[in-house]
Design a binder for this molecule. Structure first.
Ligand code: GLU
Length: 336
């Protein structure tokens, strides 16, 4: 326990992971227990996403000490999609601070679909949180930069620093989504009409579409998650990417809104901040301990990867990652 300058006693609730061998064994067990799940369907509203092999599956854990455990198709790349929202949010918080982003984008769950126009209307043009498309587009629009190219480069290099390697755009996915993203363009126009986006809305959607098309692997997601778990320092490269307070803010919005309309249920059953994307990735974070990255393209009806959720549910319990659990427990997800 530390005492800060105001004389207030401070403490954190983080513990530690078991030894390397045990974590490795449990990552394999998480993969084996989830691999046979056949449920879910591959997203096809972005045409290029439907071409993925639905059998792909990877589970990775990156520890805050830099150790990385992986099983399955851990190096297969896919477009990051909505998971980018969490990391771009972190970059914007780093650049502009907690209050500015909180005021403009918000931190509360909408209870409605990620691409809901009704949610914007119901809230007088306020996007509510950065994990839905409206909030993510508003967040991307806040990123400092004189031109769209400068803002884009800031995102690409920022997310690359989280991953610890140079990330590149999947051109096919970018072009495919650009041809079919009328809804996101409409959302950006609506935000513009409410004064929530001041730049050219179509230019902002273009940057947003590119950020969603950045290629990552499950291993990258684990390392990106571990960077948030490690207070903003990438544990593999040692580079500080964002400040500690930014990680706290980012993890809080992931906890409230990272798993689409199932965010409450996820927190209730699994107890970890997480973000999923329509291409089948999930990143989940245990502050102080590490990040989990999974990839499996078949999604449930809320848009979350079926096998990814199962694997993380298992690891949350087996590694003691549930933020709300003070003693080991069995989650109902383990029972079916
Ligand atoms: N680029 C996708 C969209 O804006 C991301 C959706 C997602 O992964 O939830 O529709």
């Amino acid at each position: 326990m530390d005492v800060d300058v105001a004389g207030v006693e401070q403490a954190v609730s983080t513990g530690s992971l078991p030894g390397w061998d045990r974590v490795d064994q449990l990552v394999v067990a998480a993969y084996d227990r989830s691999a046979a799940s056949e449920g879910g369907v591959v997203a096809d509203y972005i045409p290029a996403l439907s071409e993925v092999d639905p059998r792909l599956f990877a589970v990775c854990v990156a520890q805050t000490d830099g150790a990385v455990h992986s099983v399955g198709d851990a190096d297969v790349e896919f477009s990051i999609q909505s998971i980018s929202k969490a990391f771009v949010y972190a970059l914007v918080c780093e650049a502009l601070g907690h209050e500015a982003v909180r005021e403009r984008v918000g931190v509360d769950n909408t209870g409605l679909a990620f691409d809901s126009v009704m949610a914007i209307e119901l809230n007088g043009g306020h996007p509510r949180n950065p994990m839905v498309n409206a909030g993510a587009i508003a967040t991307t629009a806040m990123l400092p930069g004189r031109t769209a190219t400068e803002r884009w480069e800031r995102i690409r290099s920022g997310l690359s620093a989280f991953a610890g390697r140079d990330l590149e755009v999947d051109d096919e996915v970018y072009r495919s989504e650009t041809r079919t993203n009328q809804r996101n363009r409409a959302i950006a126009r609506l935000l513009e009409s409410y004064g929530r986006v001041e730049l050219d809305p179509l230019e902002v959607v273009d940057v947003y579409t590119r950020q969603c098309a950045l290629r990552v692997s499950a291993r990258d997601l684990a390392v990106m998650g571990a960077t948030l778990a490690d207070g903003g320092v990438n544990p593999v490269t040692g580079q500080r990417v964002v400040a500690e307070g930014v990680c706290r803010d980012t993890l809080a919005v992931m906890a409230s809104a990272g798993m689409y309309e199932r965010s409450g249920e996820w927190l209730f059953e699994i107890g970890m901040p997480a973000k999923s994307g329509v291409s089948g990735g999930i990143v989940a974070i245990s502050p102080g301990k590490g990040g989990i990255g999974t990839f499996s393209p078949r999604l449930d009806d809320a848009g979350n990867s079926v096998r990814g959720q199962r694997a993380i549910a298992y690891l949350s319990r087996a590694l003691g990652l549930n933020l709300f659990a003070s003693v080991p427990h069995v989650s109902p997800i383990d029972l079916h």
